[in-house]
Design a protein around this ligand. Structure first.
Ligand SMILES: Cc1cc2nc3c(=O)[nH]c(=O)nc-3n(C[C@H](O)[C@H](O)[C@H](O)COP(=O)(O)O)c2cc1C
Length: 331
């Protein structure tokens, strides 16, 4: 398997590795961290609420910060009101994002309640209205991120994929789990292969890629154009670099943590820095056998410098050896 460049519409992307949209995590600070380490070709924002984006000024809004090194960046929108989605998309591309993604996969209760996220996969008429409205406002890449659906229903999934292609979507990303699956069952990569066969636009495969061998297997088994990585990148922001270079990353995790704090302080509202850092530690600490203990200690601290000292003391312990495969546990 080779890691070939790919294209979404007119956008050429050098590396077929994509950072997934992850609420509370893939803000500009984290994207910059990943970009500095290298290997990632395309970045996603966290999901952005179309009601809010449509109704506010984007200047100086930290949630909408684009960053400098992480590019291209796709802004992901969530919502189901065609006018608000279109207005938000127009504002986001005017602001400088390189494309728009429509979230058709989120299955959290508070999202589904509004008819957003995966609910759009159930209502193809509404999906068509939303996609057409957004398509009209920008020639830049338009993507849709799907999951399998509320249930696994291959025929319905393929119909949805074809509809998106016919509506002018430039690429589809698929996380092949149903809402009922949650993260409890492995993702069904055969559904990615099925979608690749069924549509002629690029498909970005997603789900359970935690290292280079997973990534190569996904490309090989499914024929997808690119691979999107979510949780794996939270644990190992250097994973993209490792996959592309086919080497083990030999950097200093403490330096990554310190750099991340600096980026948080630059990009995230001050009142959120501590919270975002604790959330990050919850994932990042899974690189070590004693992550639960480490997280418990970190989350009790109020001040970032103290947290950094605690982390340093742990990571400098002689028994602190990075695990080969991070423990993801129950989510
Ligand atoms: C904490 C968390 C937040 C997420 N937030 C989003 C989101 O905002 N938008 C979205 O489309 N998917 C979201 N996802 C799903 C991921 O983008 C991805 O599809 C999923 O984690 C599977 O990929 P992975 O196995 O590489 O983690 C989220 C997942 C997690 C674990």
């Amino acid at each position: 398997v080779t890691f070939s460049p790919f294209a979404i519409g007119k956008l050429k992307i050098a590396s077929p590795l994509v950072l997934a949209p992850i609420a509370d995590f893939t803000h500009a600070a984290f994207r910059e961290l990943v970009a500095e380490i290298g290997g990632c070709g395309l970045f996603y924002t966290e999901m952005l609420n179309s009601r809010m984006v449509a109704g506010q000024s984007l200047d100086n809004d930290p949630y909408i910060a684009i960053g400098e090194k992480a590019a291209p960046v796709i802004a992901q929108l969530i919502g189901n009101d065609p006018d608000k989605m279109a207005e938000s998309a127009r504002k986001l591309v005017d602001h400088g994002f390189h494309g728009i993604d429509i979230n058709c996969g989120c299955s959290r209760h508070r999202i589904r309640r509004f008819g957003w996220g995966v609910t759009l996969m159930e209502d193809h008429e509404q999906l068509a209205r939303v996609v057409s409205a957004v398509r009209r406002v920008t020639p830049l890449p338009l993507l849709a991120k799907l999951r399998s659906g509320m249930q696994h229903d291959t025929e319905k999934l393929l119909r949805c994929g074809k509809l998106l292609e016919d509506l002018g979507v430039d690429a589809i990303c698929l996380h092949p789990r149903s809402s009922a699956d949650g993260f409890k069952r492995p993702s069904r990569w055969e559904e990615i292969a099925g979608l690749v066969e069924h549509v002629s636009i690029p498909v970005i495969g997603n789900g359970d890629v935690f290292d280079g061998s997973d990534c190569r297997r996904m490309l090989q088994l499914t024929g997808c154009a690119a691979v999107m990585i979510g949780r794996g990148a939270l644990v190992r922001p250097w994973m993209f670099h490792e996959i592309i270079d086919d080497t083990r990353w030999s950097g200093d995790p403490l330096a990554v943590i310190r750099r991340y704090v600096a980026l948080l302080q630059h990009y995230v509202p001050q009142e959120l820095v501590r919270k975002r850092f604790v959330q990050f530690c919850n994932w990042f600490s899974r690189n070590w056998p004693f992550h639960r203990q480490l997280c418990a200690v970190i989350s009790k601290q109020k001040e970032i410098p103290v947290m950094l000292d605690v982390l340093r003391d742990y990571l400098e312990r002689p028994d602190c050896v990075m695990v080969d495969r991070p423990f993801l546990g129950r989510l």
